[in-house]
Design a binder for this molecule. Sequence first.
Ligand SMILES: Cc1ncc(COP(=O)(O)O)c(C=O)c1O
Length: 433
Amino acid sequence: MRSETLSIHGGYLCDPATRAVAAPIYQNVAYEFESADQAAAMFDLEVPGYRYSRISNPTVDILERRVAMLEGGKACLAVASGQAAMSTALLNVADHGGSIVAPPQLYGTTHTLLAHTLRRHGVEARFAASDRAQDIAALIDDTTRAVFCETVGNPAGNICDIEAIAKVAHDAGVPLIVDNTVATPILMRPIDFGADIVVHSLTKFMAGHGVAMGGAIVDSGRFDWRASARRFPMFNRPDESYHGLVYVDRFGDEAYIARARSVYQRTTGAVLAPMTAFLILQGIETVALRVERHVANARRVAFALREDPRVAWVEYAGFEDHRYHALANKYLGGRPPSLLTFGLHGGHAAAKRFYDALKLVKRVVNIGDTRSLCCHPASTTHRQMTPQQQLAAGVSPETIRLSVGIEHVEDILEDLDQAMASAIDPASKLAAE
Ligand SMILES: Cc1ncc(COP(=O)(O)O)c(C=O)c1O
């Protein structure tokens, strides 16, 4: 089945109990065991089934199957937020210590997770000089437990060469973990290009309505944890917390998600509520249609901004002369996502005036909503970074990030136009020229 169909039907035919065709909300915590022996077998992970909703839940299950199918993966764990997905995905391979190698273009909180939070847990973050495969390869060594990148960086809009990065990771016996939040599986399926694990903030384009937070980790099932057993004892050696269970022996190509669920989800508890899973499923039903309109509107906005004399620069990989244009064609089928950045003549001061003058476009830190959203990353999402780290992540003091929504594009353009008119004093624009 194709993505448009999977986003509506993936992972669910009808409710086995009632034959309801819409996903039912199993607003339920516990599930009755048939006997002590059956309960024990479940707790030993010998038989599948529901026992407690911190570990699994039938509504959340539907979401997990749907996201796995959309990404072309083998197994999925849905969690409470995108950040819960990032931290679980990385700790699951690095909780015995080691290093994670990443390009500098990352969402600000993910940068903080790597540079500070994981470091305090004994995991070293190594940021490459750029997102190029050779710069990433230069930092991989025996301590490395994963290469991590955003398929399309937020807010830089850089497009990672996933095939090349997967190759340098695999040559070293290391998995490639990617954040596919901005692209969504509608524009790119990273597993098709060699990524091993795909992480999502479902809060963004996937849900799309801006009313629910969630995250997901999808495993391709292709990384050979046995072949890199010295690097990854957690999958290959008996787990004392589970009566000596060896994940690769018991779960084969689902070992990664099985461990994420039974170690992290079970003990740290960043659970996605069934009601929230339901809301996200409602959003996913329309993700293919919405993304199509997001892409078309962003294209119109990017070209209009580029032609506007009040605008100093625009970063958008849809421009033929853009440095990521070829990669946008290769990985996104020529459809850059609706996240773009730009700067006005008049710099930081004009950016602030523009931001304050917006009427339709919302001043928020979210992305991927049906509504058009605007953010000033240097004062919000990327505030915890040093000015140098901000620049490497694609954030200068005047950068304005737009997440172009699916309203009528003329209404979006009119709002940008009136905000620019209030922001740009014609005299200062002429002086800048
Ligand atoms: C690319 C990217 N990844 C992850 C996240 C974190 O997601 P959440 O807010 O659902 O925790 C965000 C949030 O903006 C993001 O933009």
